[in-house]
Ligand binder design. Structure first.
Ligand code: C2E
Ligand code: MG
Ligand code: MG
Ligand code: MG
Length: 288
């Protein structure tokens, strides 16, 4: 019977399945459940003005509070979400949650210029739905589009370039900003930098970690960004020496453990209040 053969097929498949594949199936089912339930959460890492050290915004970083495996970093499940197609729903959840949180951060701090950076997987750009998701998230949370910055990596250049460029143009037309993440690690040619509607480059932390030996490369990247009219964020600043170096090289903004690790929403709210009190006028007069 059909039922019998179905069962036989399943058994054969199961016995031939590697442990890795079965682990993947389990995680995939669990990720489905995580999306239905409330197991995903966002942490927020401050981005600061390198001259005043005032917080200009946050980067939203997803985590999975797994019931038995503990708090999982994105490296553990973003790849899985991409290979199973769950990335579209996961990504939409991140955008809605991040814009809702930005509304709360702006309201509690009184700073309506605060911005939120959200990471996009290259796959999300292949799906036209992303434009509706971003538009409606901005509307629902009543966020000025220019306060939202979408981070894409050079991985977007591996996909269908025409589609990616069109999609980024459509997102840009909503008024949101687009930044190239992990800049310097990938495959982008300078030609792409001109073709994409970019506002900023986030310089990969590999360059910041080695800034003392490789300052010239970083200085050249900062100069290139300035020449193209792009803002620069130095990622992964961990020491005062690195801060002094990236400042001297002309980076505008910075992010890293020296300022703060990614924080829960409650901690980010508290941190914002403390930082604003201590930066005083610098916080109010910062350049945007
Ligand atoms: P990313 O977008 O480059 O994010 C920065 C990563 O560097 C974060 O890791 C952050 O915690 C870490 N970091 C920040 N400052 C420092 C520092 O001073 N030192 C060191 N050692 N690390 C620092 P995290 O949160 O584990 O995220 C890893 C990557 O996962 C992100 O890299 C991003 O590519 C991806 N990701 C995170 N959230 C999302 C999301 O919502 N959607 C998608 N598609 N990808 C995401
Ligand atoms: Mg990022
Ligand atoms: Mg990055
Ligand atoms: Mg990265």
């Amino acid at each position: 019977s059909a039922k019998g053969s179905g069962k036989g097929t399943w058994t054969l498949f199961e016995s031939g399945m590697s442990e890795e594949a079965s682990e993947r199936l389990t995680l995939r089912a669990e990720l489905h459940r995580a999306l239905e339930g409330e197991e995903l959460e966002l942490h927020y890492q401050p981005i600061v003005d390198l001259h005043t050290e005032a917080i200009t915004g946050f980067e939203a970083l997803v985590r999975w509070q797994h019931p038995t495996r503990g708090l999982l970093a994105p490296d553990r499940f973003i790849g899985l979400a991409e290979s199973t197609g769950l990335i579209h729903r996961l990504g939409a959840w991140v955008i809605r949650e991040a814009t809702d949180a930005l509304r709360r951060f702006q309201d509690t701090s009184g700073d309506h210029e605060l911005s939120m950076n959200v990471n996009l997987s290259p796959l999300q750009l292949e799906n036209a739905w992303i434009v509706d998701v971003v538009r409606s998230a901005l509307e629902v949370a009543a966020i000025n589009p220019r306060c939202l910055s979408l981070e894409v990596t050079e991985g977007v250049f591996l996909a269908d370039t025409a589609t990616v460029v069109d999609r980024l143009q459509a997102l840009h037309a909503l008024g949101v900003r687009i930044a190239l993440d992990d800049f310097g690690t990938g495959f982008s040619s300078l030609g792409y930098l001109e073709r994409l509607p970019l506002e900023g480059l986030k310089i990969d932390r590999a360059f910041i970690a080695t800034v003392e030996e490789r300052g010239q490369v970083l200085g050249a990247i900062a100069g290139l960004a300035t020449g193209l009219g792009l803002s620069t964020v130095a990622e992964g600043i961990e020491t005062a020496e690195q801060l002094a170096a990236v400042r001297a090289l002309g980076c505008d903004l910075g992010q890293g453990f020296l300022f703060s690790r990614p924080l829960t929403e409650a901690d980010a709210t508290a941190h914002l209040a403390t930082a604003r009190r201590s930066s005083g006028r610098a916080g109010l007069s910062r350049k945007r």
